[in-house]
Design a protein around this ligand. Structure first.
Ligand code: SF4
Length: 492
């Protein structure tokens, strides 16, 4: 049974009722090559540090140089792996994955790493990102095998299986040239570890030194967790190969310019992860300062929605010379469960996740800093929660521009009809969420907080212009989706 893919939307799976109003990254990946060591355990801890990137399923594949074994399941890393399962994964070479699905449904069938077999032997592949030409690639496949998975990763893996080359690195290079979209990938054969990244570098991927071996991970926080040292990012368009001869690199030919996802700075990545030699915490703090410069508020206190907006709220407070307070206590374990709340609990909305600190809020004019507004439902509940706790005024300040366009590149940001900023003006959103005022950080302000140039980023979900070389392939899908916008003045 094949599953037809007709557009980048294909396989889109609406969030289940009661799930959070938020943006979700697709996945985290990690891979280790450490001669003489069993690497299942450090791979587990690297994935554990990347748990925020995907909480639906996870897996680890390990090779001892002769046999590649894999264990994967639904759930959190800590619930999937035990001492017993790790002991059954001996070997010095691994890849691991934690998943949030944006294509393919959330079932074990789609969990990664995917295990595939070619005439070169077995390989395991783990992918963060989303291709936008999956349909064309799938059409071009000649095999008649039942797919191991419904995801775009499955299509890439099958292209690797079908490639005629005698070396895996040539197969990888050939397939990379054909794939359009976001892919940060780790791949293990029985004897080699590969890490490769799309030429745009949309999703992150870094390389570190781990003892006498090497480690790859979506974010540098995973390296720190296992005591590895960050060396550098995998360059967009690069294939890094590690085997008994050590580490080497090759670049694929490409004319596209890198376009990192700017949302990694705003929300997805952990604040202790580094990009371009700088911890993201500093960028988020600076976003708060820029926001305060652009949109000062006559208020008594500043608070952030924990935890992702904390750094920005502190930046906002410092720039405005207002006291920073904690106004919400977050249950850090909610959303990390597969037990669905019942209807009465669902009706309580964010109360499952946050409790207000009445003593800090009562009678205060509050600036509430958040990283984004997706559908608006969470913001509305938060504003109501703060008012019930006694806040006299609630002024929302958002550390990015309005999200008016969906992401097609590995992030679940909702569709045009679900995105509140695609369908309402800022004053209308303010009224809908019930805030006393609402203001967003401008795109120049956001970019300035990253200390990088705007040309280095994908900003598609704010501007509707996706990176050159990808935008053109979205074609009809984007144009059709743009038609959903009621008011052209809302765009860009
Ligand atoms: S569209 Fe937005 S979320 Fe998607 S890759 Fe571009 S900046 Fe990131």
């Amino acid at each position: 049974m094949d599953m037809p893919v007709r557009s980048p939307w294909d396989g889109y799976r609406p969030k289940p009722e009661g799930s959070e109003d938020a943006v979700y990254d697709k996945c985290g990946v990690a891979g280790i090559y450490a001669p003489g060591e069993d690497v299942a355990r450090p791979t587990f801890f690297a994935l554990y540090a990347l748990q925020h990137r995907g909480q639906e399923s996870a897996g680890i594949a390990v090779s001892d140089g002769a046999v590649l074994r894999c264990h994967r399941d639904m759930g959190l890393i800590s619930s999937i792996f035990t001492e017993d399962t790790l002991a059954k994964l001996p070997g010095h070479l691994s890849v691991g994955h934690s998943r949030y699905s944006t294509t393919g449904s959330s079932i074990l069938y789609n969990a990664q790493p995917l295990m595939m077999h070619s005439r070169l032997g077995w390989f395991a592949i783990a992918h963060n990102g989303n291709l936008v030409n999956t349909h064309e690639l799938r059409e071009a496949l000649t095999d008649t095998l039942v797919p191991t998975s419904a995801s775009d990763t499955d299509v890439m893996a099958r292209l690797i299986v079908e490639a005629p080359d005698d070396l895996m690195e040539d197969r990888v290079a050939r397939v990379m040239q054909r794939c359009i979209g976001a892919f940060s990938i780790v791949l293990a054969t029985e004897t080699q570890l590969f890490a490769f990244r799309d030429p745009w570098g949309i999703r992150p991927l870094c390389v570190g030194k781990y003892g006498n071996g090497w480690v790859f991970a979506s974010e540098s926080c995973a390296l720190s967790t296992i005591g590895a040292e960050l060396v550098r990012e995998v360059t967009p368009g690069e294939i890094v190969i590690v085997d008994q001869h050590g580490l080497r690199s090759r670049m694929i030919e490409t004319e596209v310019k890198p376009a990192n996802c700017i949302f990694e700075y705003i929300y997805f990545s952990r604040p202790d992860s580094q990009y371009k030699g700088r911890e993201l915490y500093l960028a988020r703090y600076q976003m708060g300062r820029e926001l305060a410069k652009e949109h000062p508020t006559d208020a008594d206190v500043v608070m952030g929605v924990p935890d992702s907006a904390t750094a920005a709220a502190i930046g906002y407070a410092n720039q405005s010379e207002l006291p920073y307070i904690e106004g919400l206590i977050k249950n850090r374990y909610i959303g990390r469960t597969f037990i669905s709340p019942d209807q009465s609990m669902r009706a309580q909305g964010v109360k499952l996740k946050f409790n207000p600190l009445t003593a800090n809020l009562n009678g205060k004019r509050v600036v509430l800093v958040d990283d984004s507004i997706v559908r608006g439902t969470t913001s509305k509940q938060l504003v109501a929660l703060l008012r019930r706790a006694g806040a006299r005024e609630v002024h929302m300040r958002i550390t990015c521009p309005p999200m008016r366009h969906p992401c097609f590149l590995g992030v679940d940001t909702a569709t045009y009809d679900q995105l509140i900023a695609a369908n309402m003006t800022v004053p209308e959103i303010k009224a809908t969420v019930g805030a006393d005022s609402l203001a967003y950080l401008s795109l120049p302000g956001l970019v300035s907080a990253t200390s990088r140039d705007r040309s280095e980023f994908c900003t598609g979900c704010f501007t509707g212009r996706y990176p050159d070389g990808i935008h053109e392939h979205l074609g009809d899908v984007v144009r059709a989706a743009e038609g959903v916008l009621a008011d052209p003045a809302l765009r860009g």
